[in-house]
Ligand binder design. Sequence first.
Ligand code: PGA
Length: 245
Amino acid sequence: MRRKLAAGNWKMNGTQAVLSELAALDTPSNIDTLICPPATLISRAAQMSGDVAIGGQDCHISKNGAHTGDTSAEMLADAGASYVITGHSERRTDHGESSATVAAKTKSVWDENLVAIVCIGETLAEREAGQTLAVVADQLLQSTPDGATGANTVIAYEPVWAIGTGLVPTLEQIAEVHDFMRAELAKRFGAETADAIRLLYGGSVKPTNASFIFATSNVDGALVGGASLKAADFNGIISELAAAE
Ligand code: PGA
């Protein structure tokens, strides 16, 4: 039985004042709740977050070394993180991260006994060209190293065109990709492992559309950007997930 996960990604938003939003989050006992704040806030957030898990938004491939401005998974773990997002589309676009890089980052997350949230998703041009499943398969398989388990890996399907745009795929489009990801994971890692890996949907999730998204086949939760910055909004999503079958 997969435990559902409501994950918030604050991206590059928030100085210390935003921690009051973290303190106001609900934590229903039947789901996991996670916030990934900017790296500068992880230590403080981890000290006050109670039942809300804290995660990093990215990490370097190496544990340490001459990499000015970067943060390693070891450092995130030391600061109190238990999850790290890898391969977010903004990292792939802004920093030119390939799936091979994402896989190496994912491995470095596992090396610290943290959970990696591996993000994949097609662009609008790729969807319109009918390449969605091919892109999803390629990113999924190339970004996830051998050794993935339900305990160390979460996959987030985030269509690039749905992130921060207010556009959301149809139920059928989400179900098609999530069912496909589960089948691809089964081919690669075996049915038992595939069945244990949580699959999140991400891209313009709001309290108002959460219930239809969470009713979709093989959706085990959400990775939420904008709507995770305000506790009132994220609590709406959390309660829809806690109530979902
Ligand atoms: P959004 O971002 O919820 O603001 O669309 C989602 C994400 O990038 O994880």
